[in-house]
Design a protein around this ligand. Structure first.
Ligand SMILES: Nc1ncnc2c1ncn2[C@@H]1O[C@H](COP(=O)(O)OP(=O)(O)O)[C@@H](O)[C@H]1O
Ligand SMILES: [Mg+2]
Length: 214
Protein backbone atom coordinates (compact mmCIF):
# COMPACT_ATOMS: atom_id res chain seq x y z
CA UNK A 1 0.00 0.00 0.00
CA UNK A 2 1.55 3.32 -1.01
CA UNK A 3 1.27 6.31 1.30
CA UNK A 4 1.88 8.88 -1.47
CA UNK A 5 -1.03 10.09 -3.66
CA UNK A 6 -1.91 7.72 -6.47
CA UNK A 7 -0.71 8.72 -9.96
CA UNK A 8 -3.31 9.69 -12.55
CA UNK A 9 -4.45 6.98 -14.95
CA UNK A 10 -4.15 7.59 -18.69
CA UNK A 11 -7.55 7.61 -20.42
CA UNK A 12 -6.47 5.09 -23.08
CA UNK A 13 -5.74 2.51 -20.36
CA UNK A 14 -9.16 3.09 -18.80
CA UNK A 15 -10.80 2.81 -22.22
CA UNK A 16 -9.17 -0.60 -22.71
CA UNK A 17 -10.52 -1.82 -19.40
CA UNK A 18 -13.98 -0.36 -20.02
CA UNK A 19 -14.08 -2.36 -23.26
CA UNK A 20 -13.20 -5.55 -21.38
CA UNK A 21 -15.92 -4.83 -18.82
CA UNK A 22 -18.62 -3.94 -21.37
CA UNK A 23 -20.06 -7.48 -21.81
CA UNK A 24 -20.76 -7.58 -18.05
CA UNK A 25 -18.84 -10.74 -17.24
CA UNK A 26 -16.09 -11.02 -14.64
CA UNK A 27 -12.73 -9.86 -16.01
CA UNK A 28 -9.30 -10.96 -14.77
CA UNK A 29 -6.71 -8.37 -15.74
CA UNK A 30 -3.07 -9.29 -15.14
CA UNK A 31 -0.27 -6.77 -14.60
CA UNK A 32 3.24 -8.16 -15.04
CA UNK A 33 6.52 -6.28 -14.78
CA UNK A 34 9.86 -6.03 -13.04
CA UNK A 35 10.19 -5.38 -9.29
CA UNK A 36 9.51 -1.71 -8.57
CA UNK A 37 7.90 -1.04 -11.96
CA UNK A 38 4.69 0.15 -10.32
CA UNK A 39 2.41 -2.90 -10.67
CA UNK A 40 0.95 -2.62 -7.17
CA UNK A 41 0.57 1.14 -7.58
CA UNK A 42 -1.29 0.68 -10.87
CA UNK A 43 -3.53 -2.00 -9.35
CA UNK A 44 -4.28 0.30 -6.43
CA UNK A 45 -5.06 3.23 -8.74
CA UNK A 46 -7.37 1.04 -10.84
CA UNK A 47 -9.19 -0.22 -7.74
CA UNK A 48 -9.60 3.37 -6.53
CA UNK A 49 -10.98 4.35 -9.94
CA UNK A 50 -13.49 1.50 -10.25
CA UNK A 51 -14.47 1.37 -6.55
CA UNK A 52 -16.19 -1.77 -5.20
CA UNK A 53 -16.56 -3.04 -8.76
CA UNK A 54 -12.83 -3.91 -8.71
CA UNK A 55 -10.55 -5.88 -6.41
CA UNK A 56 -6.81 -6.49 -6.31
CA UNK A 57 -5.28 -9.96 -6.07
CA UNK A 58 -1.50 -9.75 -5.64
CA UNK A 59 0.71 -12.64 -6.76
CA UNK A 60 2.99 -11.57 -3.89
CA UNK A 61 0.70 -13.35 -1.44
CA UNK A 62 2.04 -16.64 -2.82
CA UNK A 63 5.56 -16.08 -1.50
CA UNK A 64 6.65 -19.27 0.27
CA UNK A 65 7.01 -18.87 4.05
CA UNK A 66 10.50 -17.93 5.27
CA UNK A 67 10.91 -21.26 7.08
CA UNK A 68 10.11 -23.18 3.89
CA UNK A 69 12.54 -21.04 1.87
CA UNK A 70 15.22 -21.85 4.43
CA UNK A 71 14.40 -25.56 4.30
CA UNK A 72 14.72 -25.42 0.51
CA UNK A 73 17.93 -23.35 0.68
CA UNK A 74 16.35 -20.52 -1.35
CA UNK A 75 16.03 -17.75 1.26
CA UNK A 76 18.92 -15.75 -0.23
CA UNK A 77 17.05 -15.31 -3.49
CA UNK A 78 13.59 -14.61 -2.11
CA UNK A 79 11.58 -13.12 -4.97
CA UNK A 80 12.92 -15.49 -7.66
CA UNK A 81 10.39 -17.56 -9.65
CA UNK A 82 10.94 -20.70 -7.55
CA UNK A 83 10.37 -18.93 -4.24
CA UNK A 84 6.61 -18.70 -4.78
CA UNK A 85 3.81 -21.26 -4.72
CA UNK A 86 3.04 -20.85 -8.44
CA UNK A 87 0.58 -23.74 -8.52
CA UNK A 88 -1.31 -22.34 -5.54
CA UNK A 89 -1.64 -19.03 -7.38
CA UNK A 90 -2.90 -20.77 -10.53
CA UNK A 91 -5.44 -22.75 -8.49
CA UNK A 92 -6.69 -19.58 -6.82
CA UNK A 93 -7.06 -17.78 -10.16
CA UNK A 94 -9.11 -20.75 -11.41
CA UNK A 95 -11.36 -20.50 -8.34
CA UNK A 96 -11.80 -16.76 -8.89
CA UNK A 97 -12.74 -17.38 -12.51
CA UNK A 98 -15.26 -20.03 -11.51
CA UNK A 99 -16.79 -17.96 -8.66
CA UNK A 100 -20.52 -17.54 -9.30
CA UNK A 101 -22.57 -14.45 -8.42
CA UNK A 102 -24.15 -16.15 -5.38
CA UNK A 103 -20.92 -17.68 -4.05
CA UNK A 104 -19.20 -16.55 -0.86
CA UNK A 105 -15.78 -14.90 -0.87
CA UNK A 106 -12.71 -16.63 -2.27
CA UNK A 107 -9.87 -15.85 0.15
CA UNK A 108 -6.44 -14.83 -1.15
CA UNK A 109 -3.23 -14.53 0.87
CA UNK A 110 -1.36 -11.23 1.24
CA UNK A 111 2.39 -10.63 1.52
CA UNK A 112 3.26 -8.46 4.53
CA UNK A 113 6.52 -6.63 3.97
CA UNK A 114 6.81 -5.65 7.64
CA UNK A 115 7.25 -9.31 8.56
CA UNK A 116 8.41 -10.59 5.12
CA UNK A 117 5.80 -13.35 5.28
CA UNK A 118 2.58 -14.24 3.48
CA UNK A 119 -0.63 -14.25 5.53
CA UNK A 120 -3.40 -16.66 4.49
CA UNK A 121 -7.02 -15.58 4.22
CA UNK A 122 -6.17 -11.88 4.16
CA UNK A 123 -8.03 -10.76 1.03
CA UNK A 124 -11.69 -11.70 0.48
CA UNK A 125 -12.50 -11.64 -3.22
CA UNK A 126 -16.21 -10.93 -3.41
CA UNK A 127 -18.48 -12.47 -6.03
CA UNK A 128 -19.86 -9.01 -6.84
CA UNK A 129 -16.49 -7.66 -7.99
CA UNK A 130 -16.44 -7.64 -11.77
CA UNK A 131 -12.83 -6.58 -12.33
CA UNK A 132 -10.08 -8.56 -10.63
CA UNK A 133 -6.68 -6.92 -11.01
CA UNK A 134 -3.98 -9.47 -10.33
CA UNK A 135 -0.38 -8.30 -10.41
CA UNK A 136 3.08 -9.74 -9.99
CA UNK A 137 6.47 -10.49 -11.45
CA UNK A 138 5.85 -13.81 -13.16
CA UNK A 139 2.40 -13.66 -14.75
CA UNK A 140 3.87 -14.02 -18.25
CA UNK A 141 6.38 -16.78 -17.42
CA UNK A 142 5.95 -20.19 -18.98
CA UNK A 143 8.35 -22.16 -16.77
CA UNK A 144 8.54 -23.34 -13.15
CA UNK A 145 4.76 -23.77 -12.78
CA UNK A 146 3.79 -20.34 -14.10
CA UNK A 147 2.50 -21.41 -17.54
CA UNK A 148 -0.98 -21.95 -16.12
CA UNK A 149 -1.43 -18.26 -15.26
CA UNK A 150 -1.84 -16.62 -18.66
CA UNK A 151 -4.73 -18.79 -19.93
CA UNK A 152 -6.77 -17.79 -16.87
CA UNK A 153 -6.44 -14.06 -17.57
CA UNK A 154 -8.65 -12.09 -19.95
CA UNK A 155 -5.76 -9.73 -20.67
CA UNK A 156 -2.25 -9.27 -19.35
CA UNK A 157 -0.37 -5.99 -19.48
CA UNK A 158 3.31 -5.35 -18.99
CA UNK A 159 4.11 -2.37 -16.74
CA UNK A 160 7.13 -0.41 -17.92
CA UNK A 161 8.80 2.92 -17.28
CA UNK A 162 12.14 4.57 -16.74
CA UNK A 163 14.60 1.89 -15.58
CA UNK A 164 16.77 4.18 -13.42
CA UNK A 165 13.68 5.45 -11.64
CA UNK A 166 12.47 1.87 -11.13
CA UNK A 167 15.78 0.83 -9.52
CA UNK A 168 15.87 3.96 -7.35
CA UNK A 169 12.32 3.27 -6.11
CA UNK A 170 13.23 -0.33 -5.40
CA UNK A 171 16.26 0.67 -3.30
CA UNK A 172 14.06 3.19 -1.45
CA UNK A 173 11.45 0.48 -0.73
CA UNK A 174 14.06 -1.93 0.65
CA UNK A 175 15.37 0.86 2.88
CA UNK A 176 11.87 1.72 4.04
CA UNK A 177 11.46 -1.88 5.21
CA UNK A 178 14.65 -1.89 7.25
CA UNK A 179 17.67 -2.53 5.00
CA UNK A 180 20.72 -0.26 5.17
CA UNK A 181 21.63 1.72 2.03
CA UNK A 182 24.43 -0.77 1.23
CA UNK A 183 22.25 -3.82 1.84
CA UNK A 184 19.42 -2.36 -0.27
CA UNK A 185 21.79 -1.63 -3.20
CA UNK A 186 23.30 -5.11 -2.90
CA UNK A 187 19.89 -6.82 -2.85
CA UNK A 188 18.71 -4.89 -5.91
CA UNK A 189 21.92 -5.64 -7.85
CA UNK A 190 22.28 -9.27 -6.77
CA UNK A 191 18.71 -10.54 -6.48
CA UNK A 192 16.16 -8.17 -8.01
CA UNK A 193 18.09 -7.40 -11.20
CA UNK A 194 18.55 -10.99 -12.41
CA UNK A 195 14.79 -11.43 -11.89
CA UNK A 196 14.10 -8.15 -13.69
CA UNK A 197 16.09 -9.32 -16.73
CA UNK A 198 14.09 -12.54 -16.94
CA UNK A 199 10.82 -10.65 -16.48
CA UNK A 200 11.72 -8.14 -19.22
CA UNK A 201 12.10 -11.08 -21.62
CA UNK A 202 8.36 -11.86 -21.14
CA UNK A 203 7.26 -8.36 -22.22
CA UNK A 204 6.54 -9.46 -25.79
CA UNK A 205 3.86 -11.86 -24.54
CA UNK A 206 1.79 -9.02 -23.09
CA UNK A 207 -1.40 -7.80 -24.77
CA UNK A 208 -0.45 -4.22 -24.00
CA UNK A 209 2.55 -2.35 -22.55
CA UNK A 210 1.48 0.17 -19.94
CA UNK A 211 4.08 2.96 -19.69
CA UNK A 212 4.25 5.29 -16.72
CA UNK A 213 4.93 8.73 -18.15
CA UNK A 214 6.56 10.30 -15.07
N1 LIG B 1 3.74 6.33 -11.35
C1 LIG B 1 4.26 6.42 -10.12
N2 LIG B 1 4.38 7.62 -9.54
C2 LIG B 1 4.92 7.75 -8.33
N3 LIG B 1 5.40 6.72 -7.59
C3 LIG B 1 5.33 5.51 -8.10
C4 LIG B 1 4.75 5.28 -9.40
N4 LIG B 1 4.84 3.96 -9.66
C5 LIG B 1 5.43 3.41 -8.60
N5 LIG B 1 5.71 4.33 -7.65
C6 LIG B 1 6.41 4.08 -6.38
O1 LIG B 1 7.49 3.20 -6.66
C7 LIG B 1 7.60 2.17 -5.67
C8 LIG B 1 7.44 0.82 -6.35
O2 LIG B 1 6.14 0.73 -6.89
P1 LIG B 1 5.26 -0.59 -6.68
O3 LIG B 1 3.90 -0.27 -7.20
O4 LIG B 1 5.37 -1.07 -5.28
O5 LIG B 1 6.03 -1.57 -7.69
P2 LIG B 1 5.86 -3.13 -7.92
O6 LIG B 1 4.55 -3.54 -7.33
O7 LIG B 1 5.90 -3.27 -9.42
O8 LIG B 1 7.06 -3.77 -7.29
C9 LIG B 1 6.51 2.45 -4.64
O9 LIG B 1 7.11 3.15 -3.57
C10 LIG B 1 5.52 3.33 -5.39
O10 LIG B 1 4.84 4.21 -4.50
MG1 LIG C 1 4.18 -4.91 -5.78
Amino acid sequence: MSSSPLPALPSDALARIDALLAPGRRVLLGLAGAPGSGKSTLAEALCAHYGPRAQGLPMDGFHLAQAELQRLGRAARKGAPDTFDAQGYVALLARVRAQGPLDGPVYAPAFRREIEEPVAGAIPIHAQAQLIVTEGNYLLFDTEGWAGVRPLLDACWYVAGDEDLRRARLVARHRQFGRSAEAAEAWVAGTDEPNAVRIAATRERADHVFCWSG
